[in-house]
Write a protein of this length. Structure first.
Length: 310
């Protein structure tokens, strides 16, 4: 009996050792295949038409701001200021109405003075794999600079290579919180699982959806100066959902401006004491929702019409 137990124990040890060696080997493959395309700092990042910003939680479980999230947005804003990208594709998780990474990124990049016309939102970036598949197949991105932490970039670039997406990495360095042992262990396992996703069990994205068009570039990555519109103040502030959809169609952008005008008219009428001053705003909002049915819930959240009760 003791001999059987010892044999079983050695078998388990052997399997664990083989598993560990497999994980290490797959990690070396992922890292070695991508390390030469990762810049040393945001200042040395290459120019590409599109910058893909990977979503993550803006807050920590124990409270406070997530430094990894802040670093990604700081790096994305710096790419815009350095004129290295023409469009920032903000991709993240929006599985519930109470958790919306793309909108949060949009809001915080606006606070960093990135104009809304430089941003496109992808609400179905549930994972690194989903984000890159959708960027390539839904948004038609063929070349991109990936914005995320240095330890995350090898896996993201490895997936991009398998999809035929030509990508380079721009590191978002979280100086206040370097990756801990738990995070790095999780990333090592994720890299090994990624190889299986791509070459063994044929992983599919959770949601693909119809093709969408990125807006016509408003700033060449090789331009020597900002367009004048980048420095002008915004008369109307569209919602992130409006920016995501209207960016690719001038007609929809005009509709969203009409909604903002309608809200301004309603507020003016309210100050003058006109009866039912909000009817025009409600009518304009209903018209917009009818033209953009896929983002109705998001627009209701981000473009509220003031109620009759003050």
């Amino acid at each position: 009996m003791q001999r059987v137990i010892m044999r079983a124990g050695w078998t388990i040890v052997g399997l664990l050792a083989a598993g560990a060696m497999t994980v290490v080997g797959l990690n070396l493959w992922v890292v070695m295949a991508t390390h030469d395309r990762i810049a040393t700092s945001p200042l040395t990042c290459q120019s590409r038409e599109v910058g893909i910003v990977f979503g993550t939680s803006h807050g920590l479980v124990g409270g406070g701001s997530n430094p990894h999230y802040q670093a990604r947005l700081d790096t994305a804003a710096q790419l815009y200021r350095l004129r290295r990208v023409s469009n920032l594709l903000l991709s993240g998780d929006n599985r519930t109405r109470y958790y919306n990474e793309p909108m949060t990124m949009w809001r915080d990049l606006r606070a960093r003075n990135v104009p809304q016309e430089f941003m496109t939102l992808d609400y179905a970036g549930f994972s690194t794999f989903d984000t890159l598949v959708r960027a390539h197949k839904v948004f038609g991105v063929d070349e991109a600079v990936l914005v995320t932490q240095p330890w995350h970039l090898p896996r993201a670039l490895f997936i991009a290579d398998a999809l035929g997406l030509e990508a380079v990495g721009c590191p978002a360095i979280s100086e206040r919180q370097p990756p801990g042992l738990k995070l790095m262990l999780r990333e090592w396992l994720a890299r090994a699982a990624t190889v299986g996703d791509l070459y063994l069990w044929g992983r599919k994205p959770r949601f693909l959806g119809p093709q969408e068009s990125l807006p016509t570039p408003v700033l060449s990555s090789h331009s020597s100066s900002h367009p004048s519109s980048s420095h002008s103040s915004d008369k109307h502030v569209m919602s992130p959902a409006e920016g995501s959809v209207a960016a690719g169609a001038g007609q929809q952008a005009a509709v969203s401006r009409d909604v903002a005008d309608a809200v301004d008219v309603a507020d003016t009428a309210n100050a003058a004491g006109t009866p039912d001053p909000h009817a025009l705003a409600r009518q304009a909002q209903a018209s917009l929702l009818a033209s953009l049915p896929g983002v109705k819930q998001a627009l209701l959240q981000w473009l509220p019409v003031r109620s009759d009760t003050n």
